[in-house]
Design a protein around this ligand. Structure first.
Ligand SMILES: Cc1cc2nc3c(=O)[nH]c(=O)nc-3n(C[C@H](O)[C@H](O)[C@H](O)COP(=O)(O)OP(=O)(O)OC[C@H]3O[C@@H](n4cnc5c(N)ncnc54)[C@H](O)[C@@H]3O)c2cc1C
Length: 680
C-alpha cells in the first residue's frame, strides 16, 4: 500500500505547527487514545491533540492475519519484569505497545468480551454505570459484525448473537477456515460437563463458545488506527503528534491540570521540552505501563516513592501503580496419534495442501491462511472443574490478604483487595463466570490460562531515573491458591482428553507427562513453564474508591486534582475473564461520552467527589439472546409436548433450574453436570 504512506505522513503534525493550547490533550495515541480522539473531535468547535510516543507503522503486513502472532518488536516497549519468585525467579516478558494504535496494532485479534458478571463485579466495587448492561451499548457502538462464509458456519455450527453488535467502526467476523478435529473437541467438552453456549458476546462468555476476530471481509486487521483515526484524520481540529513522550503534567496552584510537558523520543534526559496547554481536560491513555508512570512523574502516587525520587508530592495516591493484574498461563501438550487430516501440521508437511492453501489465500483471501489464533474458548467455572471448590473458596477467605500482596501496598490498597476478594469469591462459586480459559482450535496442545488470579503486582517508577524502565513485578503465583487452580486445570484438561469422543483422535500426553500426578509435581510443572502475562495487563490506576486504593472514580477523574482523567486499560479494577481489546474499546467509548457530558453540562465539574466505600450488591443482567445460527435457521418450531419449550443449546435442567425442561423438536435434554442440562 505504498500510496498510503505519503498520506499517512501528512496526517502527523510537526511540533513547530502545534497550537499553543488545545481543548483536550490525549496522552497516548494507542487503542483507547485514538477512540477518544475520534469522538472528541466530532465537535468541530473543540480542538484535540493526541501525543504519541510511537510512530505510525506503515508496514502493510500489520494488516495481515500472520501478524496476529508475529508482531514487530519495534512496536513494543522493551521492558522485562523483575525476577518472579513465585515461578522460579525468572524475568518475564512485558507486553506494552508503543505504536500508533497501540495494542490494537499488534494484538492477536481474538475479539471477545467477558461474562456479564465480570463487569457487574466492577459495579459491585463501587462503580455505578460500569455493569454489563450499562457497558453493552459501548461494546455495540464500537463494533459491526460482518456475516461470515455461510459454508464454514454450516460445517462447524458456528453461532453468535447479532444483537450484541452495532454499527461501529471495528469490523468483526469469523474466518473462512477451521481445522476438522475441532468438531471432536466440541463434543468432548459436552461429554465432560461443559455446555456449548450459543454466544460469548452478550454476557454469556463462560463454558464453551465461539469467538470471532477483529478483521474485515478481506481478513484484514480492523483496529483503532484504520477504523477510528484514518476516517477522521483530515479533521482540522484533531492533531496527532508522534515520536514525542509526555514527561509529566503541570498543575495550577489549585491543582488543576493545565498543561503537558513533551520531549522528543530519543533525546537525552534534560533535553529541551515543549509545554502545551489544555483548556478543558487532559486524558491519560498511555496504557497500563505508562499511565501510572506519567502520574508518578507528575507528583501523583505513593508518597514514599515520590520522596525517594525527589518529586514534590501533589497528591499522595498510593494506588497509582498498584493492583497490576494479568492472565498467567502454562502450556500443556498432547499429541493426536490418529488426527483428522488436514490438520495444522499439513500446512508444513503436505505440499499439495500447502499449495492449495496458498492459492485460496492469494486468489480469494480465504482458506487456512485466513485463520488467526483460533476461534473457540472453554472458559470454565470453578465448580465445573473442581468438586471441592467450596473448600478452596473458604481457604481464600481465611487468608490474611496482606501476606500475599506486595509489601509496598498501602492499607487502602489491601482494603481494596479485600473488597475485590469478596466479589471474586462469588464469581469463583458461580456457574456463570469462568475462572480459567482453555483455547482450542483442533490441536492437542494449548495454553492453560488463569483468568481470575489472586496474586497482584506493581508498576513503579525507578526513583533514581524517572525516565528509565519502570520496575514491573507481576508477583505471579505468590498466592498459592493460584497454583491450586492451575493444578485443577491440568487435571481437567486430562479428563477432557479422556472423553469418549476424543478417543478417535488417539490423544497421548507429551507434557507434563503421565508420570507427573501429585499436587506438588503438577505445581512444579506449571510454575516452571508459567508466563506472567498473556498481554492483558491492567488495573494499575484502578477505578475504585479512594480509601480502597483507587486512582479514579466511576467518572474516570483522578482523585485529588481537577481536569485530569484516564481512559485506558489501567482503570480496570478487576481483570475480566477475557482478552482485553474489546473491553478497552468499550471503556474508551464510555470515557468519551463522560468527557463530552461534563463539558456540555456546566453543573458537572472536572473534579471528582470523594467516594463512598459502600459496595452495592451485584446487579444481575438479564440479556435476551437472539441466536444467529445458519445451521439451525430452518429448524421447525413445533413440538408435541406441552408447556414452554427450550431452544437448541438452551438450558433445560440442573440444580436450581426453574425454566423450561422440554426441548424443542429435534433435540433432547442432556445432563452435562449436576447444575446444567442442555437441549442438544
Ligand atoms: C502483543 C499483544 C497481543 C495482544 N493480543 C490480544 C488479543 O488477541 N485479543 C485481545 O482482546 N487483546 C489482546 N491484547 C491486549 C489489547 O490489545 C490491549 O489490552 C489494549 O490494546 C490496550 O489498550 P490501551 O489503550 O489501554 O493501551 P495501548 O493500546 O497500549 O496504548 C498506549 C499508548 O500510549 C503510548 N504512550 C505510552 N507512554 C506515553 C507517553 N509518556 N507519552 C506519549 N505516549 C505514550 C504508547 O506508545 C501506546 O501507543 C494484546 C496486546 C499485546 C501488546
Amino acid at each position: 500500500y505504498p500510496e498510503l504512506i505519503d498520506k499517512i505522513k501528512a496526517r502527523q503534525i510537526n511540533v513547530g505547527s502545534l497550537r499553543s493550547s488545545y481543548d483536550y490533550i490525549i496522552v497516548g495515541g494507542g487503542q483507547s487514545g485514538l477512540v477518544i480522539g475520534n469522538r472528541l473531535s466530532e465537535d468541530s468547535s473543540k480542538t484535540v491533540l493526541i501525543v504519541e510516543y510511537g510512530y505510525i507503522d506503515t508496514n502493510p503486513s500489520q494488516l495481515e492475519p500472520s501478524s496476529a502472532v508475529n508482531y514487530p518488536s519495534r512496536d513494543l516497549f522493551n521492558v522485562t519484569s523483575v525476577p518472579q519468585t513465585g515461578i522460579g525467579g525468572k524475568r518475564v516478558s512485558v507486553y506494552a505497545a508503543s505504536v500508533v494504535g497501540g495494542g490494537s496494532t499488534v494484538n492477536g485479534m481474538l475479539f471477545d468480551r467477558g461474562a456479564a458478571e465480570d463487569y457487574d463485579n466492577w459495579a459491585a466495587l463501587g462503580n455505578p454505570g460500569w455493569d454489563f448492561a450499562s457497558l453493552l451499548p459501548y461494546f455495540k457502538k464500537s463494533t459491526t459484525f460482518g456475516t461470515p462464509d455461510p459454508a464454514i458456519v454450516q460445517e462447524y455450527g458456528i453461532t453468535w448473537d447479532p444483537n450484541a453488535y452495532g454499527n461501529g467502526p471495528i469490523q468483526v467476523t469469523f474466518p473462512s477456515w477451521q481445522w476438522p478435529s475441532i468438531k471432536v473437541q466440541w463434543k468432548a467438552w459436552n461429554e465432560v460437563g461443559v455446555p456449548t453456549m450459543p454466544d460469548g458476546e452478550s454476557g454469556n462468555a463462560f463454558n464453551a463458545y465461539w469467538v470471532p476476530n477483529n478483521v474485515d471481509a478481506q481478513s484484514r486487521r480492523s483496529y483503532a488506527k484504520n477504523r477510528y483515526f484514518d476516517p477522521v484524520s483530515s479533521h482540522q481540529n484533531l492533531h496527532l503528534l508522534t515520536g514525542y513522550r509526555v514527561n509529566d503534567i503541570q498543575f495550577s496552584a489549585s491543582k488543576r491540570a493545565e498543561s503537558v510537558r513533551i520531549q522528543q523520543r530519543g533525546t537525552a534526559n534534560g533535553a529541551s521540552t515543549t509545554t502545551i496547554k489544555a483548556n478543558q481536560e487532559i486524558i491519560l491513555c498511555s496504557g497500563w505501563l505508562n499511565t501510572p508512570l506519567v502520574l508518578q512523574r507528575s507528583g501523583i502516587g505513593p508518597q514514599n516513592l515520590l520522596n525517594q525520587a525527589g518529586i514534590p508530592v501533589l497528591v499522595d495516591l498510593p494506588g497509582v501503580g498498584s493492583n497490576l493484574q494479568d492472565h498467567p498461563a502454562a502450556q500443556i501438550n498432547f499429541q493426536y496419534t490418529r488426527d483428522i487430516q488436514p490438520n495444522q501440521a499439513s500446512l508444513y508437511s503436505n505440499a499439495t495442501f500447502q499449495a492449495w492453501a496458498q492459492q485460496q489465500w492469494s486468489q480469494y483471501r480465504k482458506g487456512p491462511l485466513s485463520m488467526l489464533v483460533g476461534n473457540a474458548l472453554a472458559t470454565l467455572p470453578l465448580p465445573t472443574m473442581l468438586t471441592t471448590y467450596q473448600s478452596l473458596i473458604s481457604r481464600v477467605n481465611s487468608q490474611n490478604a496482606a501476606q500475599y500482596l506486595p509489601s509496598t501496598y498501602s492499607t487502602a490498597s489491601v482494603r481494596g483487595f479485600e473488597a475485590q476478594r469478596r466479589v471474586l469469591m462469588a464469581s469463583y462459586a458461580s456457574l456463570k463466570n469462568g475462572i480459567v480459559e482453555i483455547p482450542f482450535s483442533g490441536g492437542g496442545g494449548t495454553s492453560l490460562v488463569l483468568m481470575k488470579p489472586l496474586s497482584r503486582g506493581t508498576v513503579l517508577m525507578n526513583p533514581s531515573d524517572r525516565y528509565a524502565d519502570p520496575t514491573v513485578d507481576y508477583n505471579t503465583s505468590i498466592n498459592p491458591i493460584d497454583n491450586e487452580t492451575f493444578v485443577a486445570m491440568i487435571r481437567f484438561y486430562r479428563k477432557w482428553m479422556q472423553a469418549p469422543s476424543m478417543q478417535q483422535l488417539g490423544p497421548q500426553e507429551q507434557s507434563p507427562g503421565t508420570s507427573i500426578t501429585s499436587d506438588a509435581q503438577l505445581t512444579s510443572y506449571a510454575t516452571q513453564g508459567m508466563i506472567s502475562s498473556t498481554a492483558h495487563s491492567c488495573g494499575t490506576s484502578a477505578m475504585m474508591p479512594q480509601d480502597q486504593g483507587g486512582v479514579v472514580s466511576s467518572d474516570l477523574l483522578v482523585y485529588g486534582v481537577t481536569g485530569l482523567s484516564i481512559g485506558d486499560i489501567s482503570i480496570i479494577p478487576l481483570i475480566p475473564a477475557t482478552h482485553t481489546c474489546a473491553t478497552v474499546y468499550a471503556i474508551a467509548e464510555k470515557a468519551a461520552d463522560l468527557i463530552k457530558a461534563r463539558a456540555s453540562n456546566p453543573n458537572t465539574s472536572t473534579t471528582t467527589s470523594s467516594r463512598t466505600t459502600t459496595t452495592s450488591s451485584r446487579t444481575t443482567t438479564s440479556s435476551t439472546t437472539i441466536l444467529r445460527t445458519l445451521t439451525t435457521a430452518s429448524r421447525s418450531t413445533t413440538t408435541s409436548a406441552t408447556g414452554p419449550t427450550q431452544s437448541k443449546w438452551g438450558q433445560c435442567g440442573g440444580i436450581g433450574w426453574t425454566g423450561p425442561t422440554i426441548c424443542i423438536a429435534g433435540t433432547t435434554c442432556q445432563a452435562l453436570n449436576p447444575y446444567y442440562s442442555q437441549c442438544l
